[in-house]
Ligand binder design. Structure first.
Ligand code: SF4
Ligand code: SF4
Length: 244
């Protein structure tokens, strides 16, 4: 970790290409209203058990929600993200954002990390080398110096916490109830956007759906079954399993 990091965006537009941008619930409403596609990414863990990174306990507990799984319980963490497999639909021919004044929080925060346990590493970001060689000091030690960015990161973390119960209810109403084990992968869904927008407009009740964990590793699956959890390793039909 570098002691001090300078940064100034060069406007190259690379972070607007090939990135699924996490959205707050409100931002997902806007994305749907603008006819954009949302991808839903789900991971789950057992409290103080498999999948839970103990050193991140507070962070992961606050942005997850308990759901029933077999005879046991897991906590589901759900991300609604703008589906951007290529150029973002809002990036114009001059690499400028056409919704700049109302772009999502995460677009405003990049390249800063939202997870407090992940240090900012230029090598893992899309920004060109010159972006890190100019501009004011962004990070000193582990401290983010820009107070405006601090406020945005705080708002993003808070939205994660505020939104998670509603996101789980939407997943349950739309049948998106198979998750990967955190650390082992994600499940990814591309919901029908008409049904998704309707669920966002009128949040469904919590129907208490039964969830399943998609785990392909046989030994890991067997160890999770000892917790009474419902496991599948069937090839997915309605979602993708993105293993690590
Ligand atoms: S919404 Fe704008 S800033 Fe965000 S990824 Fe799309 S083009 Fe880039
Ligand atoms: S990749 Fe980095 S330098 Fe390029 S537009 Fe995004 S934030 Fe700016």
């Amino acid at each position: 970790m570098t002691d001090s990091l300078r940064f100034a965006c060069t406007g190259c537009g690379k972070c607007c290409t090939g990135h699924h941008v996490p959205l707050t619930l409100d931002e997902a409403r806007h994305w749907a209203a603008d006819a954009g596609q949302v991808v839903v990414l789900i991971e789950a863990f057992v409290t103080d058990g498999p999948g839970m990174p103990l050193e991140q306990r507070e962070h992961v507990m606050r942005r997850s929600h308990p759901v029933r799984c077999g005879a046991g319980e897991v906590r589901a963490a759900v991300t609604f993200a703008a589906f951007n497999p290529g150029r973002c639909r809002n990036l114009d021919d001059n690499d400028l954002c056409t919704i700049y004044d109302r772009r999502p929080l995460v677009c405003r925060i990049y390249p800063v990390e939202i997870n407090p346990h992940i240090p900012l590493r230029p090598a893992s970001k899309d920004c060109p080398p010159q972006a890190w060689q100019q501009g004011p000091e962004l990070i000193h030690g582990t401290q983010l110096l820009d107070t405006g960015l601090q406020a945005l990161v705080h708002a993003s973390r808070q939205a994660d916490r505020n939104d998670i119960a509603a996101k789980v209810r939407i997943c349950q109403a739309l049948g998106m109830t198979t998750s990967a084990l955190k650390g082992n992968g994600f499940t990814a869904y591309l919901p029908d956007m008409g049904a998704f927008a309707a669920a966002l407009a009128q949040l469904p009740e919590d129907g208490g759906a039964a969830w399943t964990l998609h785990v392909e590793d046989q030994a890991l699956g067997a160890s999770l079954q000892e917790y009474g959890l419902h496991i599948t390793r069937e090839p997915p039909l309605y979602y993708a399993f993105i293993g690590f």
